[in-house]
Design a protein around this ligand. Structure first.
Ligand code: FAD
Length: 317
């Protein structure tokens, strides 16, 4: 079922999770274990992230440097299909501009379509390693809105080759990302929201937000989006802090603020176990308030946080 239909038919706030494919060389069983920790809470859908290939350099014994291009976390498409089949749950693979030319993006869409996948989260993708800003692939899209347009064209049976006649239309429901504390590259929150609106006008049916730790950011963001004419559901993304150093690392990686109260509580912790307890409690309070205020879905980022999300789900869902 399409995510937008799940949202529209909900009787209460839904639960969803994001899974990151295993690092190259690791087993898939770790992912299944994480899902099995959470499946009893009936996630409405499970997102699977996508990670583009990165260049790596290594030195041979003869001193020669060789360049290889590999994905550290391959397997998004296979994982999507296997989780759908194994757990009979809706799975939403992420599709990024980065890593794909337009033709390769079309091939990926054909694969998803043949696999019976109806949902996609469409993104620009992270900047490459060592790059400050996102650099598109040759003949690839620069902004997520362009990829949303490509998916919507395919939904109308319009493929890249204009000579293809009576091409099979796909039927994807597309979600996009939003940033309550502004995307790092945006000049202002207002301009960021205008670009977000463009993604919705292009056909995106819902928004999932970057993680935030102060609900005020989400409530203000929703208000500003509504004032700008964005009417689609806005799903809050949540991540419980699970490690002491995340109060420093998360703001640096994701350009967000950790509230002073949370920072103080984490700094009082003597180890990661205590930090996880504080982070879990904070997330439970965030979740309760978001549900009370009518959030359509609570979307949890599970990387490194599986056990705390189980505790949160036991309390909330
Ligand atoms: P866009 O919507 O393209 O926006 C990027 C920036 O460009 C913003 O600053 C925006 O204001 C600006 N902008 C947009 N359109 C225009 C325009 N027409 N002209 C000028 N400026 C414009 N990354 C991955 O690599 N893989 C993943 O699986 C992944 N999953 C994610 C899931 C979620 C829920 C979130 C919130 C992020 C995820 N990311 C992922 C990270 C994401 O790819 C990065 O944050 C990326 O930098 C921005 O992606 P976007 O789709 O929001 O970009």
């Amino acid at each position: 079922m399409k995510v937008i239909d799940l949202i529209n038919n909900r009787k209460k706030t839904l639960f969803s999770i994001e899974i990151v494919p295993p690092l190259r060389g690791n087993k898939v069983e770790g992912i299944y274990q994480r899902i099995e920790q959470l499946i009893e809470f009936q996630p409405a859908f499970i997102n699977i992230t996508y990670h583009k290939d990165e260049a790596t350099y290594s030195q041979l014994k003869n001193g020669k440097i060789i360049k290889r291009t590999i994905s550290k976390r391959p397997g998004t498409v296979a994982l999507t299909a296997s989780i759908m089949n194994k757990y009979k749950v809706e799975v939403v693979p992420h599709l990024t501009c980065g890593g794909f030319s337009r033709d390769q993006a079309e091939n990926a869409l054909i694969d998803f379509n043949f696999l019976g996948i109806e949902n996609l989260l469409v993104l620009q993708g992270d900047a490459g390693r060592g790059q400050d800003v996102f650099i598109p692939d040759p003949d690839g899209h620069r902004y997520a809105v362009e990829l949303v347009e490509q998916v919507m064209n395919m939904n109308k049976g319009k493929y890249l080759d204009e000579n293809l006649e009576q091409a099979n239309p796909s039927n994807f429901c597309v979600g996009v990302a939003g940033y309550p504390e502004k995307h790092y590259a945006a000049a202002s929150l207002e301009s960021d929201i205008q670009y977000l609106k463009a993604k919705v006008l292009a056909g995106a049916e819902y928004i999932i937000t970057q993680m935030f730790f102060d609900n005020k950011h989400y409530f203000d963001f929703v208000q500003k989006c509504r004032a700008a004419g964005i009417t689609v559901p806005i799903i809050p993304g949540l991540k419980p802090i699970a490690l002491l150093d995340q109060v420093e690392v998360l703001p640096r990686l994701f350009h967000l603020e950790i509230p002073e109260d949370l920072k103080k509580e984490i700094k009082k912790c003597k180890d990661n176990k205590e930090a996880l307890e504080v982070g879990t409690h904070w997330s439970i309070e965030q979740a309760k308030e978001l549900i009370n205020q009518g959030a359509p879905v609570l979307h949890f980022y599970t990387l490194g946080a599986g056990s705390s999300i189980r505790k949160i789900a036991e309390e909330i869902f």
